[in-house]
Design a protein. Structure first.
Length: 177
């Protein structure tokens, strides 16, 4: 089993958009195989023009970081500003826009290590608040994951999606000392 110390984190760049899409596709397939289609649907991100554009924006936006196991990108983190569909913070913050890991390495602490790195980035910028939002539906397993990483659930929200079921979301925050 990999421990968090063997996970190297490096900044991402424009060439890493395909890696982000690969990680999203892998996670979506894993969710679909378990009947958990509410989070990201059933179709690969790499076939969705909106998700392709999003991955390109993340890869060129300066907030992408990759968790590396040797030469393999096993996870991705994107930090920046909060998305428009969540309640705004009442103080300066760093926002986790994406956290995705290669499910082949589930249980290796990759997601937790990336969140710890996001906290380091926030502290380095003099910020005392790290927030994230996630899928808050079904059994709320993802919410529990973030709570296990030191986050506290705050606001629930719903994203209305024309022609599709509404998406239940949960904002979580972590105070940084």
């Amino acid at each position: 089993m990999t421990d968090q110390q063997t996970i190297a984190i490096r900044p991402g760049g424009p060439a890493d958009a395909a890696t982000v899409l690969r990680l999203l596709d892998s996670a979506t397939a894993w969710l679909v195989a378990r009947g958990r289609t509410g989070q990201w649907g059933t179709e690969p991100a790499s076939t969705d023009p909106r998700r392709i554009a999003q991955a390109d924006a993340w890869a060129t936006g300066g907030g992408l970081y990759l968790a590396m196991l040797g030469d393999l990108a096993a996870g991705a983190l994107v930090v920046g500003s909060a998305t428009e569909y969540v309640p705004p913070a009442t103080e300066p913050e760093l926002y986790v826009n994406l956290l995705v890991t290669d499910r082949a390495y589930a249980g290796h602490g990759i997601g937790a290590r990336l969140l710890a790195y996001a906290a380091e980035l926030a502290r380095d910028r003099g910020l005392g608040l790290l927030r994230v939002d996630c899928y808050g539906g079904d059994d709320r397993a993802l919410v529990r994951f973030y709570e296990g990483c030191g986050f506290t659930a705050t606001d629930r929200f719903t994203v209305e999606r024309p022609g599709r079921a509404p998406w239940p979301g949960q904002v979580l925050e972590r105070r940084l000392g």
